[in-house]
Write a protein that binds this ligand. Sequence first.
Ligand code: SAM
Length: 327
Amino acid sequence: MKQQLIDPFGRSVEYIRLSVTDRCDLRCFYCLPGDYRDFSEPEEWLSFDEIERVIHAFTVLGVRRVRVTGGEPLVRKNLSALVTQLSDIPGIEDLSLSTNAVALSRQAAALKTAGISRINVSLDSLRADRFKEITRGNLDKVIDGLMAAKQAGFKPIKINMVLMKDVNDDEVEDMIEFCIEHGFTLRLIETMPVGDTGRSATSRYLSLQNVKKRLAERYELIPGVMPGGGPARYLQVAGTDLRIGFITPISQHFCETCNRVRLAVDGTLYLCLGQEHKFEFRPLLRAGISDSDLIDAARSAIALKPERHEFLEKPQQVVRFMAKTGG
Ligand code: SAM
């Protein structure tokens, strides 16, 4: 019989977001401060073998999906070797990647061969000057990366667009057309008050409920389904293959169905994006914990999972940046 990892609120945890680095080659203004230097040091990073052990412990308990993320996961050296190690762990049914795609054109084929099947690419603007203002990066590289991902055969490819008032809310329709043209799925995301940068972007917050109404005036939107098990609620644009996911942590939170935890590069397991509840695996690994004790540790970590985030009630609460937690 399949094991299930049940948290104190009766939710089955079957999904780990694995941050392989807290560094990033972009500086999105709502995510990582431009002058940020307080990154973890290499000796604090879990090695590939340590990561494999922790993920293995969770799969024994019922975790089935792993998403590799960061920071920017593609800046971790030899990422495809780690992906190969992860895809060899029995019990993993779904191995996916979240990336900004800046370095994807060189790595897409190797990652596909190593075992990544699905890929999410963050892209907030299709206008080079605006993209630079938001991220400090070069849009051409991202587009090259996306085309390489398409060529490599990832399916689906989802575009994650954080939608912000007076920043890029006038671009949703362009992004819709771009996704229809290339067969991508679009996911719109509300800004969250994580870290000082995330809080500073709350003035740009836009409820996706209003955006949905605006799109419904222009497009015929019908209920859509999408494999993935994540928090997005999907609508399909009638007459096309395009599905648009709405990720609404603020206007309509989805904590009651939360099925995930986040393992940071330093071995800290964060039980909720919007709370500080955590469990440290690195000291246990470096003290030589056995595999069976590691499984017990994973079970006790899940017992710490809180009921829900409190972004609205306590917006000052989360001090760490998204890049640290593994967004
Ligand atoms: N670098 C990878 C990427 O770009 O997808 C993975 C990590 S990144 C932190 C994951 C996602 O978190 C990105 O789509 C980013 O836009 C989003 N994000 C970061 N800070 C956020 C915030 N304050 N509110 C909402 N989304 C945020």
